[in-house]
Design a protein around this ligand. Structure first.
Ligand code: HEC
Length: 188
């Protein structure tokens, strides 16, 4: 009997585990997307208000101050949310090796005709410290972004960017191009 029941139990329990991991990753993905929506919505609102009240140079200042604060606001309950890129403005946003690989993969897939919405990436990574859920979603450049990330940034804006970010790499982008990604993680 033992010989019959054991493998059966084992296979049933591993099936159940696989199913709960699959359900879990979907829930985590949904929550990651919700946090991105809140973070990007609030950042966009803050940026637009800053630009309409004080112009683009003021927008740079507000983005500098508000982006980390709004990210912190949505980095609760074990989550960490941020933005990254292969060409960063703020070096605190530099990609780690996992993020770099995914961003490089995005660039290849986009060049081969994938739609940005197809490039959401969710993964549970096991390491010595346990398991961590990681999620990335591309950020594409649109026409509103060129004033600060394009190839013809106005002089007062450039001055403000240089002042705060002497090592800025985040200009020269054109609309429709991959600018970077939202990147989230949660220790499980
Ligand atoms: C008013 C100027 C301004 C505009 C407009 C602007 N950005 Fe930025 N962007 C900045 C600044 C300043 C930072 C650095 C923020 C920080 O210190 O975290 C930044 C950072 C970023 C980052 C984080 C990675 C990095 O380079 O540090 C991404 C991604 C990004 N911007 C995308 C966009 C997109 C997409 C748009 C258009 C929807 C946009 N930005 C519009 C000024 C701007």
């Amino acid at each position: 009997m033992r010989y019959v029941i054991y493998p059966l139990l084992l296979s049933l329990s591993s099936l159940a585990l696989a199913e709960s991991a699959a359900a879990n990753i979907e829930d985590l993905q949904t929550e990651a997307q919700l946090r991105i929506k809140r973070f990007s919505g609030e950042l966009k609102t803050a940026l637009q208000a800053a630009i309409s009240s004080g112009g683009l140079a003021n927008g740079v200042q507000v983005c500098k101050d508000q982006a980390p604060l709004i990210a912190a606001k949505w980095s609760t309950d074990g989550w960490q949310i941020g933005r990254t890129s292969l060409k960063v403005r703020n070096s605190n946003n530099s990609a780690d090796s996992w993020e770099r690989q995914i961003l490089q993969d995005y660039a290849i897939k986009l060049a081969n005709g994938s739609a940005p919405a197809q490039l959401k990436h969710a993964e549970i990574i096991s390491s010595g410290d346990g398991e961590v859920f990681r999620y990335m979603q591309p950020i594409m450049l649109d026409t509103q972004c060129v004033a600060c990330h394009g190839s013809q940034v106005a002089e007062p804006v450039t001055q403000q960017i240089r002042h705060h970010y002497p090592n800025d790499l985040a200009t020269g982008f054109t609309p429709g191009e991959l600018r970077g990604a939202f990147s989230l993680q949660k220790q499980l």
